[in-house]
Design a protein around this ligand. Structure first.
Ligand code: FMN
Length: 418
């Protein structure tokens, strides 16, 4: 198999649900293997009533997984979710489709879907009446809004003998969809990215400092997503409780000044810079080298001086870089975000609401407004930060592609596993 095939060595998790079309998944599995993909099959319990797992095991040369409580792997849902580059559920029953939309996790396949961060494709097959049922229609819409690819079933003769829309999509349609997602995985190939994350600490003495509540989760999610999509990533991080994502060049810093120096030294190299860090705007004018005791602190006035405005400085000094800023606001998000975008002269401003009970700081979920310098406004729904990171990257990618001198973006031969 030539390594230029986009599916070569790609990890495809093939989920098979309990449809009469389950036998067609065997033919699909053969085609994926022929394309050079490595395929692991997860069957629902109902699916095993239609086709014996052994058939899938022979064709994939892998054991079929169908239970959450496995003798050999204590957490198969996490192992499989992490292993997969793409999850393809084919055939997807109405039941499995609705479970994916709602977020049910009551068997191995649905739990893997909930744990996964990779692209997910559903190839539904069901009776025409089921496909058109308002419950299924609503859940298909939800899934598509969330970025899950739900292929349209085909029209024709159904298992009932009736003519309708509900037939398992053609093999070529499914393979194209998988290839498109695998290539999308690498759509940041050639990009050199610097991301700042977390808070900074501005020392008052040897043990005390000024800081803020930033957890770093958004910046780390952006770094993880960029690596997964093929970018080279430098993550400049203030102190957080997080482990750096695999594959990033990690530069820990403490103060705003250190963060500035770390970013500036990589700035000429970068094609994209994202300032997701919550950098202290001020620092104590003086800080003691040792620890001051209680008496020394008593009645003391702390004088503050501004730290360097890293975002504005980056924008001023940029030559070719796309610069993205984050704004943490408690009210009038749109007005303040627009004003900050203009003042800092950035390409995109991501506005966080840090005033509500669902504050962005520390949470695993977030909801933002994405503002572009051309006046586009995108309100996202509340979602896990890793999914939000993918949305932000989709916006940045559009800016990259709109540039005349874009570095080569399509690297079909640079599959993540080759
Ligand atoms: C003979 C037979 C054929 C079926 N075919 C389908 C089908 O094509 N699509 C579908 O959505 N459900 C179909 N079902 C119903 C599902 O098997 C049922 O909803 C099951 O709970 C699905 O479980 P799963 O989604 O966990 O695989 C069929 C059931 C039977 C008995």
């Amino acid at each position: 198999m030539p390594p230029t095939n986009p599916l070569h060595e790609t990890h495809i998790l093939l989920g098979v649900a309990g449809s009469i079309a389950a036998y067609k998944a065997l033919i699909l599995l053969r085609a994926l293997v022929r394309e050079g993909a490595r395929v692991s099959v997860v069957m629902t319990e109902s699916a095993t009533k239609f086709v014996a797992p052994r058939s899938f095991e022979v064709l994939s040369r892998q054991p079929v997984a169908s239970t959450l409580f496995d003798e050999t792997d204590p957490m198969p849902h996490l192992t499989l979710a992490e292993w997969a580059d793409v999850i393809l559920i084919a055939p997807a029953t109405a039941n499995t489709l609705v479970k994916c939309a709602v977020g049910f996790a009551d068997d191995l396949l649905s739990t893997v879907v909930l744990a996964a961060q990779c692209p997910i494709i559903l190839a539904p097959a069901m009776d025409g009446g089921m496909w058109e049922h308002p419950a299924v229609v609503a859940h298909v819409r939800t899934l598509r809004e969330r970025g899950v690819i739900v292929l349209d079933p085909e029209e024709g003769e159904l298992a009932s003998g009736q003519i309708g829309r509900g037939r398992f999509p053609a093999e070529s349609t499914i393979l194209e969809a998988v290839k498109a997602q695998v290539c999308r995985v690498q759509d940041l190939c050639g990009q050199r990215v610097v991301i700042s994350a977390g808070p900074t600490r501005e020392p008052l003495d040897a043990v005390r400092f000024l800081t803020n509540a930033s957890s770093g989760k958004m910046g780390y999610a952006l770094a993880k997503a960029a690596v997964a999509r093929g970018a080279e990533v430098v993550l400049v991080s203030g102190p957080t409780a997080l482990s750096p994502p695999a594959g990033v060049d990690y530069i820990p810093v403490v103060t705003a000044q250190e963060m500035y120096q770390a970013i500036m030294s990589r700035f000429p190299w970068a094609t994209v810079v994202i300032m997701a860090a919550a950098v202290s705007d001020f620092r104590p004018r003086e800080s003691a080298a040792g620890k001051l005791n209680k008496q020394e602190w008593y009645g003391k006035t702390i004088e503050l001086e501004p730290t360097i405005d890293i975002l504005a400085t980056l924008s001023r000094k940029r030559t070719h870089q796309i610069v993205v800023g984050f704004a943490a606001e408690t009210h009038d998000l749109l007005t303040h975000g627009r004003e900050k975008l203009r003042r800092k002269d950035v390409d995109l401003m991501i506005v966080n609401d840090v005033g509500s009970s669902h504050s962005a700081f520390g949470s695993d979920d977030n909801q933002v407004i994405i503002l572009s310098r051309h006046g586009e406004v995108t309100h996202t729904e509340r979602m896990p930060k890793i999914r939000l990171a993918q949305h932000v990257w989709d916006h940045i990618l559009r800016l990259i592609q709109a540039r005349p001198s874009t570095p080569a973006l399509s690297c079909p031969e640079s599959n993540p596993r080759t």
